[in-house]
Design a protein around this ligand. Structure first.
Ligand code: FE2
Length: 279
């Protein structure tokens, strides 16, 4: 059996719903520097270098699922055994992106997380701006339940937590590999996706992204700044539906360090300036 961290899982793709799939896909094509592959009027796959967003007909600002990938079939099988032992409900999940044997689970807020092996490992011959898809975060009424499930049932590692003055959790960052977080959760008055993030790696790439956004008349909605937890540089924009997109750089790498608790202050969320406080 392997925990998520031992299995070394990474976030590979997201499926996001929109009531105007083509309109949203055109945003990702131009603003997020991706190529469109229209499957039909209700499903469009947006591909960039190390990033893939599937857009389907549905309710705006709704994540259908987050697609995680394991590089080893043996590790995926041993991770699945870990879930079975922990009595996590597992559903078969079929997708052209995965080889047969992929599966999905639902977290306590019914967010669907899928796990599988890539069916096609070829790198895209597409020269877009650097920014692999790297993490997704959720909004939740109950961050404690999020932590319990991801840490104890899935075997993610908790890296950092933001703790309210009354001792309850405002944020929990968890990882399934060496990156500071691959999935995190913010306490909020709503449930669903909070944001998703592309790891540009270096500050220079963030500058390239921002100049690219400016050329498409897209304003930053937050940043540039540096988060306390993860120590990453960031900027945020909104997509055509109002989903929050983060471009990040210098995200901390972790190898089994103890959990760090942070106070819920503006400075924790942004060492450089103003913060967007979710609750
Ligand atoms: Fe983020």
């Amino acid at each position: 059996m392997l925990t998520a961290v031992q299995a070394d899982l990474y976030l590979h793709h997201l499926e996001i719903q929109s009531n105007n799939p083509l309109g949203l896909a055109k945003f990702y094509s131009s603003v997020m520097s991706m190529q469109l592959n229209k499957v039909n009027n209700k499903k469009i796959i947006c591909n960039g270098p190390s990033r893939k967003i599937i857009i389907t007909q549905g309710n705006n600002k709704t994540l259908s699922y987050a697609g995680m990938v394991c590089r080893s079939e043996e590790n995926l099988a041993r991770f699945k055994s870990f879930l079975v032992q922990n009595q996590v409900q597992i559903q078969e999940f079929k997708s052209e992106i995965y080889k047969t044997g992929s599966f999905s689970i639902l977290d306590p807020d019914d967010n669907k997380i899928c796990f599988g092996i890539l069916s096609d490992n070829k790198k895209l011959l597409f020269d877009g701006i650097n920014g692999p898809l790297q993490h997704v975060t959720f909004s939740s009424f109950n961050v404690e339940a999020f932590q319990e499930f991801y840490e104890k049932k899935l075997g993610f590692q908790v890296t950092d937590r933001v703790v309210k003055i009354d001792g309850t959790l405002a944020t929990c960052f968890t990882t399934s590999n060496h990156e500071h977080h691959t999935i995190a959760c913010f306490k909020s008055a709503k449930k669903g996706m909070d944001h998703h993030s592309y790891e540009a790696g270096e500050w220079d790439h963030i500058k390239t992204w921002c100049d690219h956004f400016a050329s498409h008349d897209i304003q930053l909605m937050w940043g540039p700044g540096r988060h306390g937890p993860g120590n990453n540089l960031f900027v945020f924009i909104e997509d055509a539906d109002g989903n929050w997109i983060e471009i990040s750089a210098e995200l901390e790498t972790v190898h089994g360090r103890p959990i760090k608790n942070w106070p819920q202050t503006e400075r924790t969320l942004n060492l450089w300036g103003k913060a967007i406080m979710r609750s």
